[in-house]
Design a protein around this ligand. Structure first.
Ligand code: ATP
Length: 235
């Protein structure tokens, strides 16, 4: 469903991504792994149209999106949970969730999807009228994930969901993503520095180093890879 080929992108005259290629099928969870500054977020921005790639192609369900703007890409069903969540902190949880229903279709399905969101994350129903900025980090991440899913994505991009969160909250979030992938065919691109957690949930993964794809394989292959073990898992 998603085929990225030969993607080059950067900021001004500085190139950050070099010839990045990867694929993602329906219902698949693919991890994008790498350390600080490797280029993971830049890659997400190039796929979602927040950053215009200098060359390369991003084909989603047979349609070229590389030169399209972010609104068009969002409407095609590529929805991201950005690093740092980017909630409207003065607005309530419910108002933040309403922002996830961004077009006619998702507005029409909002009540139904809100009910599901409250089933995944019961805490959010208890906190519905509370300002999002007063929630704990974990609860805020749940709002960000629920808001994205209310947008009825076909591809959900999670950018560093584990950042600064307790392991059990990250597990809850990854469990929801896995359930949606298995049951509804949602594709998930899981961008993570926490390689152990990411490979425990993912089907396949790509390792980015200095803006290049250094390694790719199934989660099992990457877990057993000597370079991954030494450089990222400390074993
Ligand atoms: P992290 O896990 O820390 O978010 P990352 O793998 O997502 O790291 P990026 O945020 O994509 O890495 O950053 C890759 C490189 O691009 C870094 O060298 C960073 O300094 C640079 N960079 C990121 N954003 C910008 C920007 N707006 N302008 C210029 N350079 C940038």
């Amino acid at each position: 469903m998603l085929k990225v080929e030969g993607l080059n992108a950067g900021y001004g005259s500085v190139n950050i991504l070099w010839d990045i290629s990867f694929t993602l099928e329906d219902g698949e969870i693919v991890a994008v792994l790498g350390s600080n500054g490797a280029g993971k977020t830049t890659m997400v921005r190039a796929v979602t149209g927040m950053l215009k790639p200098s060359s390369g192609s991003v084909v989603f369900n047979g349609e070229e999106l590389a030169k399209k703007n972010s609104r068009v890409i969002l409407n095609k069903g590529i929805v991201q949970v950005p690093e740092g969540r980017q909630l409207f902190t003065d607005m309530t949880v419910l108002e933040n969730l309403q922002m996830g229903a961004f077009n006619k279709e998702t507005k029409a399905h909002f009540q139904e999807n809100l009910k599901k969101a409250y089933e995944w994350f019961p805490k959010l129903e208890e906190r519905a009228k509370q300002a999002a900025g007063t929630l704990s980090g974990g609860e805020q991440q749940m709002v960000a994930v629920a808001r994205a899913i209310i947008g009825e994505p076909r591809l959900l991009i999670l950018d560093e969901p584990s950042l600064g969160l307790a392991p059990n909250i990250v597990d809850d979030i990854l469990k929801v993503a896995s359930t949606l992938a298995r049951n509804d065919g949602l594709s998930v691109l899981l961008v993570e520095q926490d390689i152990t957690k990411a490979l425990a949930s993912a089907d396949r993964g790509y390792v980015i180093e200095n803006g290049h794809i250094a390694l790719e394989g199934t989660a099992k292959e990457l877990q057993a890879n000597e370079h991954v073990k030494k450089a990222y898992l400390g074993i």
